[in-house]
Design a protein around this ligand. Structure first.
Ligand SMILES: [Zn+2]
Length: 71
């Protein structure tokens, strides 16, 4: 069910006190929480640079809408 092994996903708190998820060299900010699932957006989302969102369930990445358009 996981598309990314849990050991490769790092959950932490940003310096602004918001949940943050790091996958490899990409960071995601929490977007919303729907029941047991969390939706995350790429940190470059707000500049319109990237439209990657991922869904996690119990610290497991279960869905990614599209690949990043940046390194
Ligand atoms: Zn991205």
């Amino acid at each position: 069910m996981c598309i990314v092994p849990v050991k490769d996903a790092l959950f932490s708190i940003s310096r602004f006190g918001k949940p943050k998820l790091v996958l490899g060299n990409q960071s995601f900010n929490i977007h919303k929480i729907i029941g047991p699932k969390s939706i995350w957006r790429c940190q470059k989302w707000r500049w319109g640079q990237c439209r990657t969102t991922i869904t996690t369930l119990e610290n497991c990445v279960i869905k990614m809408n599209k690949p990043h358009n940046h390194d």
